[in-house]
Design a protein around this ligand. Structure first.
Ligand SMILES: Nc1ncnc2c1ncn2[C@@H]1O[C@H](COP(=O)(O)OP(=O)(O)OP(=O)(O)O)[C@@H](O)[C@H]1O
Length: 267
């Protein structure tokens, strides 16, 4: 899958993502105390760290789901405005692809092409949906009711939904949580393909697992501060232990307000 050229946004330069000294407060408490991260074109950067270290808060600030108090976030050399964020594909921490509605997998993926407050789908929707489903090796599930798919299959559908936009920058929050090995390998394969095509990937991970060979760099957070930047750590202490609970999704204000259930791209 080839990423779209962001020509409609004018000339873009520089890093795919540059976040500098980002500070975020939630309900009056500062959660991120000046966190920085860069991702070059075609680079895969993992955000790692213990539970509550601020990983999801950081990616939610990057995609504009929550505001940041200080610091700068830019994409492709431009301030992260809603227009610049159109180049992002975002897969939030585990949410149900069904969300209580009846929809087929292909309908869920197609919904990724709906613009903000726009209900018109592009003419090539069917082909793009097929391409995205194929990239995640789930083309055979196209007509299945998503509510009847397994957690790992639903996760792949949600990633296909982000890919259908042909993002220049893909941000995934713990895509491997609760995902079986077959889905992990399919996902690693799809991400490798995107990387080859110059797509930048920022991915929140607890364990490197099937993605080990794909990760170029890791940024490790602890209590809202960066404690390591460089080669990915292979052992993050308690997080490497079997049975560690990785699944406790957070509610984004954007999701609860708009009821998007993770089915909407970044604003
Ligand atoms: N909506 C919120 N209001 C107040 N505090 C919050 C909110 N969401 C998260 N926090 C707090 O912010 C801190 C960082 O949470 P965050 O979800 O970013 O961590 P994380 O590194 O993604 O954790 P995990 O690995 O458990 O998913 C935690 O102390 C959490 O309790």
């Amino acid at each position: 899958m080839t990423a779209a050229n962001p020509a409609d946004l004018g000339p873009t330069t520089g890093l795919a993502l540059e976040a500098t000294d980002v500070r975020v407060s939630l309900q009056g408490t500062e959660i991120l105390h000046g966190v920085s991260l860069t991702a070059a074109s075609g680079e895969v950067v993992a955000i790692m760290g213990g539970n509550g270290s601020g990983k999801s808060t950081f990616v939610r600030a990057i995609v504009g789901a929550i505001p940041h108090d200080a610091g700068t976030i830019s994409m492709f050399g431009k301030e992260a405005t809603p227009d610049a964020r159109k180049l992002i594909g975002y897969v939030p921490q585990r949410v149900s692809a069904a969300g209580g509605v009846t929809a087929t997998a292909q309908e869920v993926v197609a919904s990724g092409l709906l613009g903000y407050r726009t209900l018109r789908l592009p003419r090539d929707t069917a082909a793009r949906v097929r391409e995205a489903l194929t990239a995640l090796s789930v083309a055979d599930l196209a007509r299945r009711d998503v509510s009847r798919l397994s957690g790992g299959q639903q996760q792949r559908i949600l990633i296909a939904r982000a890919l259908v936009r042909k993002p220049e920058l893909l941000i995934l929050d713990e895509p491997m949580a609760g995902v079986d090995l077959q889905s992990q390998v399919a996902l690693a394969h799809a991400l490798g393909h995107l990387k080859e095509h110059g797509v930048s990937i920022v991915i929140v991970l607890h364990e490197l697992g099937a993605l080990t060979r794909l990760i170029d760099r890791a940024v490790v957070l602890e209590h809202g501060c960066v404690t390591h930047v460089g080669a990915p750590p292979h052992d993050l202490g308690v997080h490497a232990l079997p049975g560690h609970d990785h699944e406790h999704p957070h509610e984004d204000p954007a999701l609860s307000a708009g009821g998007t259930l993770g089915l909407e791209g970044p604003r």
